[in-house]
Design a protein around this ligand. Structure first.
Ligand SMILES: NC(=O)c1ccc[n+]([C@@H]2O[C@H](COP(=O)([O-])OP(=O)(O)OC[C@H]3O[C@@H](n4cnc5c(N)ncnc54)[C@H](OP(=O)(O)O)[C@@H]3O)[C@@H](O)[C@H]2O)c1
Length: 290
């Protein structure tokens, strides 16, 4: 008999791919807030994760062996504009899920972010000090601390900029960029922000492997290549045969966005290579899947 996996954020970009890949090995349960996606074989439960009573009902009825918590308020500028809402979703709901996982012995995989760092140095390791420069990063640092306190057996998987084609819902910057270039519309991409972008299918494989494992603590899951958004755009355009001339260089703080952006939050994911059998690929390889 298959074990039961609960996925939050299944209607989003990463969660949609997790649903598709998880079905082979797990009985998959997913949370929605009113609108599901058409993914065969998934059992949906309605819950708003900011309501601990609704979360309790989900745990009581599913009794999950593992949880991958990919739900979040993920829009950085929205988090800056609505800090209370961001804290409720990103920090408090995560703390509440961690508490349920500890009480029920459920394996917890929490999806965190490279935005926990201040971006002053780059190629961050798991042991480096956090220092977020925006509200989104602050809510995720607080969530990581709550997970460590409430459920020490959990893993906080810090991931990087995710690229790929959405399976159902959610926004993908790479998809929006390709769609514009395909229509002959110019795009402006940062030359001064460095990340280690990761392909959504590759990240899903790593997270599903973690759902089976007993690794505890923080793990970095970035792609194997540090790159600016601008150079990523050039790579993607070349892979898709799209006009590179439509890609314009831009700077991350011009015009000034609502939330400050860190300059270099690239991740050193060498620990993941030792812990996981899933190989985290670089974007020179990953752009072939766009
Ligand atoms: N995308 C990136 O480049 C990136 C980079 C680093 C880390 N991450 C992290 O990776 C995870 C997945 O990101 P994503 O891009 O897939 O996000 P996304 O597409 O914005 O999806 C967010 C998901 O969270 C759900 N959600 C939000 N608030 C909720 C609530 N109160 N109760 C229940 N569900 C709620 C949304 O449901 P609705 O459909 O109902 O809104 C949606 O399914 C997030 O934790 C994000 O912080 C993302």
């Amino acid at each position: 008999m298959k074990k039961r996996l609960l996925i939050t954020g299944g209607t989003g970009f990463l969660g949609g791919h997790l649903l598709l890949k998880a079905r082979a090995d797990w009985d998959v349960y997913a949370i929605h807030r009113g609108q599901t996606v058409d993914a065969p074989g998934i059992q949906w439960l309605k819950a708003d994760l900011t309501d601990p009573g609704e979360t309790a009902s989900v745990f009581a009825s599913v009794r999950p062996h593992s949880l991958i918590h990919a739900a979040a308020m993920s829009d950085i500028d929205r988090c800056q504009a609505r800090p209370d809402e961001a804290r409720a979703v990103n920090t408090e709901a995560t703390a509440s899920l961690a508490g349920f996982c500890r009480k029920t012995g459920c394996r917890m995989v929490f999806v965190s972010t490279d935005m926990v760092f201040d971006g002053g140095r780059g190629l961050y390791r798991e042991t480096d000090a956090t220092g977020p420069v925006n509200g989104y990063g602050e809510t995720k640092v607080a969530a990581e601390r709550a997970v460590a306190a409430e459920c020490p057996a959990a893993v906080c998987a810090r991931t990087a900029l995710i690229y790929g084609i959405p399976a159902f819902g959610g926004r993908s910057f790479s998809n929006e960029m390709i769609s514009r270039l395909s229509r002959g519309v110019a795009v402006t991409l940062f030359v001064d922000q460095f990340r280690t972008p990761i392909l959504v299918q590759n990240l899903s494989d790593a997270l599903l492997e973690l759902a089976h494992s007993d690794f505890a603590g923080i793990l970095h899951l970035g792609g194997g290549q540090r790159i600016s958004r601008h150079d990523f755009g050039l790579l993607a355009a070349s892979a898709k045969g799209l006009p590179a001339g439509l890609i314009r260089p831009g700077r991350m703080n011009e015009p000034r966005p609502a939330a400050p952006r860190p300059a270099d939050v690239s991740l050193d994911s060498s620990k993941a290579s030792a812990v996981l059998s899933t190989r985290l690929i670089g974007c020179d390889e990953g752009v072939r899947f766009l």
